[in-house]
Design a protein around this ligand. Structure first.
Ligand SMILES: [Fe+2]
Length: 313
C-alpha cells in the first residue's frame, strides 16, 4: 500500500448514495430506522429510508431469510460516466444486471468481493440546512445572551448519510479496486490494512472503507447530525424506546468525529456523527497504530464481530 500520494487518481465517485441490506423482517427494520431518526417508505416492494429534509434514498432494505449486505450505491462526479466505463473496461470488470430488489438506474458492477455496486450519474442531494452552531470554547467566544440549553436540541435528526464501512477478507484488492478503478482516495489506515478509510476528494475524511474480516459483510453506516447534542439526544431516544445500549459517546481518532453507535437488529451498527475532519487534495494518507476512539468508554467486544453468514454473493 502506498502512502503520501501527491498525484491523485481521477476522482469519479462523489459520495455514497445509499446502502442496501437483505433483512428477514421489514417491519422490524422500519421500527428501528424510525427510532434512529429516518423517514421510511415503500418503493418497488423494498423498504427505503430518507433523512428528514433530504431528497435522496439513503437506505434500502430487501426482505430475505438472512441479514446480509445487498449492494452499495455511489454518485459520480458530473461527466465521469465515460471515464468510469473505460476504467472498468481496462480492469476487466463487466457491467451486470441489477440485483433483484434494486433499481435499474445507472451502471451496475461487482467489486472484488462480489458485492453489487451501483454507480449513479447524478449529484448528491443537498443535506438538510441547519443553523450555525455558535460556541464558547477554547479561544472562541461566539455566543452571547443566548441560553444554549433552550436551543441545543431543536434540530437533532440525521441530515445525510456520510459513510459506510464494510467487512472484507481482502482489503488490499478491495482498496486497489475502489481507488484505481473507481477513483476513491486513501485517507488513512489503522495497522496496515486492519481498517482502511477512503475519501471522494474534498469533503469528509472518509465516505467508505473496509474492516479486515474472515468474509464480506456490512459493518456500519453513519449519518451526520447537526451537533454533539444531537448525537446524545439520539442515543437517549433509542434508550427510551427500549433499544439496547450501543457504543458512545466518544470522539474517534481517525476522522476525529464525535460518535455514538447503536446496534441494529441484525448484529451490525448504525452511527450518528458530528464534527468530522474535512480534507482536500493536500491531505496525506498515513498508517496509524491507534485505538478507534480518542476518549470515551471502549467499544463492546462484539463491535468488530462479523455476524453475517458467509456470503455466496
Ligand atoms: Fe463511522
Amino acid at each position: 500500500m502506498q502512502f503520501g500520494w501527491t498525484v491523485k487518481g481521477e476522482a469519479v465517485i462523489s459520495g455514497l448514495h445509499h446502502y442496501a441490506l437483505e433483512v428477514p423482517d421489514l417491519a422490524v427494520a422500519e421500527g428501528f430506522l424510525q427510532d434512529f431518526g429516518l423517514e421510511t417508505g415503500e418503493k418497488d416492494g423494498s423498504l427505503v429510508a430518507h433523512c428528514p429534509g433530504r431528497d435522496q434514498e439513503q437506505v434500502r432494505l430487501v426482505e430475505a431469510p438472512d441479514k446480509r449486505l445487498h449492494h452499495v450505491a455511489f454518485t459520480l462526479h458530473p461527466g465521469t460516466l465515460d471515464p468510469v466505463r473505460e476504467a472498468l473496461d481496462r480492469a476487466g470488470t463487466p457491467v451486470i444486471e441489477p440485483p433483484a430488489g434494486a433499481t435499474e438506474d445507472g451502471l451496475w458492477i461487482r467489486d472484488p468481493d462480489g458485492t453489487p455496486v451501483q454507480l449513479l450519474d447524478q449529484p448528491q442531494a443537498s443535506a438538510r440546512p441547519v443553523a450555525e452552531v455558535l460556541v464558547n470554547m477554547g479561544g472562541t467566544q461566539q455566543r452571547v445572551n443566548v441560553a444554549q440549553w433552550t436551543v441545543a436540541t431543536q434540530d437533532v435528526l440525521p441530515r445525510r448519510l456520510g459513510h459506510s464501512l464494510l467487512f472484507t477478507a481482502q482489503p488490499g484488492p478491495m482498496t486497489d479496486f475502489y481507488t484505481r478503478v473507481l477513483g476513491l482516495r486513501l485517507s488513512d489506515t489503522i495497522h496496515h490494512d486492519r481498517v482502511t478509510f477512503l475519501n471522494a476528494g474534498a469533503g469528509d475524511h472518509h465516505v467508505f472503507g473496509f474492516i479486515a474480516s474472515s468474509h464480506r459483510g456490512f459493518h456500519h453506516a453513519s449519518f451526520e447530525v447537526p451537533s454533539i447534542d444531537a448525537i446524545a439526544v439520539g442515543a437517549d431516544r433509542m434508550r427510551a424506546r427500549g433499544r439496547p445500549e450501543g457504543w458512545g459517546l466518544g470522539r474517534h481518532t481517525i476522522g476525529s468525529n464525535f460518535f455514538h453507535y447503536s446496534p441494529d437488529p441484525w448484529g451490525s451498527w448504525i452511527e450518528w456523527f458530528s464534527d468530522i475532519d474535512q480534507i482536500d487534495d493536500c491531505w496525506v494518507a498515513n498508517d496509524w497504530e491507534v485505538p478507534p476512539h480518542l476518549w470515551g468508554v471502549p467499544p463492546p467486544e462484539t463491535f468488530l464481530a462479523n455476524q453475517e453468514p458467509g456470503s455466496p454473493a
